[in-house]
Design a protein around this ligand. Structure first.
Ligand code: HEM
Ligand SMILES: *[C@@H]1O[C@H](CO)[C@@H](O)[C@H](O)[C@H]1NC(C)=O
Ligand SMILES: *[C@@H]1O[C@H](CO)[C@@H](O)[C@H](O)[C@H]1NC(C)=O
Ligand SMILES: *[C@@H]1O[C@H](CO)[C@@H](O)[C@H](O)[C@H]1NC(C)=O
Ligand SMILES: CC(=O)N[C@H]1CO[C@H](CO)[C@@H](O)[C@@H]1O
Length: 383
């Protein structure tokens, strides 16, 4: 039987990794997904087993304010610092809202995204715990905002070490606006060719600004490009949702918070270049005037609806996954994430790993807000 291909690349890496014993220095942030109990023990030996503290509270003051302030100057990443596919998190790390190493706890990521961009508490928790469950280290409670994932290691042809948000097809995925598809090799770096399309679309549909209309057209175009050119194009599972969500972030969170006409506000290309390419706040940047996260996602989706699916057999063979959750089935999205993603990564966890899985799954459930008739699921029992 064919593996659910939303996880296919990931399993390829995991299989190769688990066939060798872990003799290299496993990083404290490395994901333990797919490792045997013995490998988990080896990979976490020497690191403290952390009791995750749970999400930090919402901001006490959640209005607009200067965030590119004297206490948070831009500092270029040093050699060894990790940056990844998310322009928001890269910017926060470059301005000291996140550790400049690019390795952080979920609580730090929630605090930083709330403080530095006014990301709404529910959205911040939901994105962070989803990412942490698939890409983070659940024993050390650390997540890297990038990582060293590559299709093949640079010298040996063997898969490189897994870890962090670059990991393909669990959280990172295809049809990004400014990053190329995994199929083309570079999974996470800023891609000028694609940014040129971002600019072209902003000119064509937004009068030079990236607004919701641009977001909808560019999202559609990137998906169509993927179907037509990437034989492994995949828009299933989590990526289906994050692709539409991320399209809304530039106009909702990269636009200066002093611009109060949010409905018509758009992101200009100079500021877009700074954040997307350089991970740098514009000079005097103020965060959004109210907590936000994904305003307009459904409008972006409704402009060009599509069902989750993938190219099954080369380019232009996009096939709808008949059993995929979509925007109309939020509870299935939750239960599928547990049964099709998390439990496959962690079929038989024990000890601290099991405890922390249970805790993080609880944080995730609480983060998604009330979904009618959607009771919490406990694949690993309860504490
Ligand atoms: C809170 C935790 C967050 C996590 C774990 C996260 C993670 C990610 C990941 C893994 C991607 C890459 C997806 C892909 O294109 O393949 C991404 C993309 C993106 N993120 Fe984040 N992110 C977070 C918060 C934010 C915030 C607060 C913002 C905005 C202020 C933001 C803005 C974006 C944008 C605009 C993209 C799309 C990049 C593109 O398509 O070129 N993210 N994020
Ligand atoms: C940039 O993206 C384009 C289109 O997705 C791709 O063809 C090209 O190889 C990418 N360039 C780099 C340097 O990754
Ligand atoms: C985006 O900008 C264009 C050009 O100004 C405008 O026609 C369109 O209505 C804007 N979209 C939204 C949602 O404001
Ligand atoms: C660029 O960002 C700065 C700082 O946030 C802001 O003052 C300025 O208005 C933005 N430029 C445009 C054209 O929106
Ligand atoms: C396989 C591959 O091309 N991986 C790339 C991921 O991105 C880094 C940074 O740009 C490259 O060095 C890797 O080669």
């Amino acid at each position: 039987m064919r593996l659910n291909s939303s996880l296919f690349h990931f399993y390829t890496l995991l299989l190769a990794l688990s066939s060798v014993s872990i003799t290299f220095a496993f990083p404290a942030y490395g994901s333990l997904g797919g490792l045997s109990a013995r490998q988990v023990e080896a990979a976490t030996a020497g690191f403290p087993a952390v009791l995750p503290p749970g999400p930090p509270p919402p901001l006490t003051f959640s209005g607009a304010k200067l965030v590119n302030d004297k206490a948070h100057p831009y500092k270029a990443p040093r050699p060894g610092d990790i940056r990844g596919p998310c322009p928001g998190l890269n910017t926060l790390a470059n301005h000291g809202y996140l550790p400049s190493s690019g390795v952080a706890t979920p609580a730090q990521i929630i605090t930083a995204t709330q403080e530095g961009f006014n990301f709404a508490p529910g959205a911040a928790r939901f994105a962070t715990y989803s990412a942490h469950l698939v890409d983070g280290n659940l024993v050390t409670d650390l997540l890297s905002i990038g990582g060293k994932t590559a299709k093949t290691g640079p010298d040996t042809g063997a898969p490189a070490i897994i870890g962090g948000l670059n990991t393909h097809s669990v959280f990172e995925g295809d049809a990004s606006m400014t990053r190329a598809d995994f199929h083309w090799g570079d999974n996470h770096s800023f891609n000028q060719t694609q940014f040129d399309l971002f600019v072209e679309y902003s000119n064509k549909y937004g009068g030079g600004l990236y607004n919701l209309t641009v977001a909808a057209e560019l999202r559609h175009r990137r998906i169509q490009d993927g179907i037509a050119t990437n034989p492994e194009f995949d828009l299933t599972a989590i990526r289906f949702f994050t692709a539409f969500g991320e399209s809304s972030f530039p106009y909702s969170m990269f636009v200066d918070g002093r611009i109060t006409e949010r409905a018509t506000a758009g992101l200009d290309m100079t500021n877009a270049t700074l954040i997307f390419r350089d991970g740098k706040y514009p000079k005097d940047f103020w965060r959004a005037p109210a907590p936000t996260g994904g305003d307009g996602i459904i409008d972006i989706f409704n402009a060009h609806p599509i069902k989750p699916g993938r190219n099954e057999n080369g380019v232009n063979t996009y096939t709808v996954d008949p059993d995929a959750a979509d925007f109309s089935t939020p509870c299935k999205r939750y239960t599928d994430f547990l049964s099709k993603t998390v439990v496959k990564l962690y079929p038989n966890p024990t000890g601290v790993l099991r405890r922390n899985l249970i805790l993080n799954l609880g944080f995730l459930y609480d983060a998604q807000g009330v979904i009618p008739n959607c009771p919490q699921v406990f694949p690993y029992g309860q504490l």
